[in-house]
Design a protein around this ligand. Structure first.
Ligand SMILES: [Zn+2]
Length: 263
């Protein structure tokens, strides 16, 4: 078998298994529980989940989306997180394995951290410190494993991401007298800048702000929310921007520059 095909198969399977582990982390970290112990239980009836009911994606399908014991519905979030992690890992191999397998693996880990940040912020409106530390570590490691990468660009991205959101935070605090964005969002944007450089950061900011405007406006209209100060999570939109910049940033920037230079 072709080595690359084998890499894809192993990546897909590991991506699903790690996605299953991320589900545990997403559920337990906000509760302050250990992610290693006790073994997985049904969140509704607390019955221990047998190994054959815990196979990523397949068990959900075989059980028809219901707990074997209490027949309560299993949240669609479980297979969605497993599938999302698997697909992101495969895209990492497609985009980065040829550049450097080390870089590809670091990007996979970063994607998994971003998946956790995405889901937890939707539920808790909170970004946990440990995910930010992990992201900073992975961004730094990715800088060292991608050849021809400018450390200066990355550090400018880090500073620009942090300072820009800090300014927005302070303006809101002094003008509107409340927090417009969370401290966690500021740290996440700084980590994003370190991961994709200042050029990629422009894309992260564009994608996150435009997607947030569209989605949140739609949510307000659909739910008929009139309160101007209803809080919404912003990290999922930064994560979306991060993924676009990480996977397609170079192509989008090249295409954009060609519009002016080439045309
Ligand atoms: Zn149950």
């Amino acid at each position: 078998m072709n080595t690359l095909v084998l890499v894809y198969i192993i990546t897909a399977l590991l991506g699903l298994c790690v996605g299953s582990f991320l589900n545990v982390a997403i559920l337990r970290i906000p509760e302050g529980e250990s992610i290693a112990f006790p073994p997985s239980r049904c969140p509704k009836c607390k019955s221990k989940i047998k190994w054959y009911d815990n196979i990523p994606l397949l068990s959900y399908l075989f059980l028809g989306g219901k707990c074997r014991n209490c027949k309560n519905k299993i949240s669609l979030q479980y297979p969605a997180v497993e599938l999302a992690n698997c697909l992101l890992w495969i895209i990492c191999v497609i985009r980065f394995w040829g550049i450097s397998p080390y870089y590809a693996v670091i990007c996979m880990a970063a994607c998994s951290v971003l998946v956790c940040i995405f889901v937890i912020d939707i539920h808790c409106h909170l970004i946990f410190y440990r995910f930010q530390v992990l992201l900073f570590a992975l961004a730094s490691a990715s800088m060292l494993t991608k050849q021809g990468e400018s450390a200066v660009d990355r550090l400018i991205g880090f500073a620009a991401g942090g300072i820009l959101l800090l300014v927005i935070y302070l303006v809101f605090l002094y003008v509107v007298k409340r927090e417009g964005i969370g401290i966690g969002d500021i740290i996440l944007m700084a980590a994003s800048g370190l991961m994709v450089g200042w050029q990629g950061l422009i894309l992260v900011m564009l994608v996150s702000s435009i997607s947030a405007c569209i989605v949140l406006l739609a949510v307000r209209i659909i739910n008929r929310i009139r309160d101007r100060f209803t809080e919404y999570p912003f990290a999922p939109f930064i994560v979306l921007g991060d993924l676009v910049a990480l996977f397609f940033g170079e192509q989008i920037i090249r295409w954009y520059l060609n519009l002016f230079i080439g045309g």
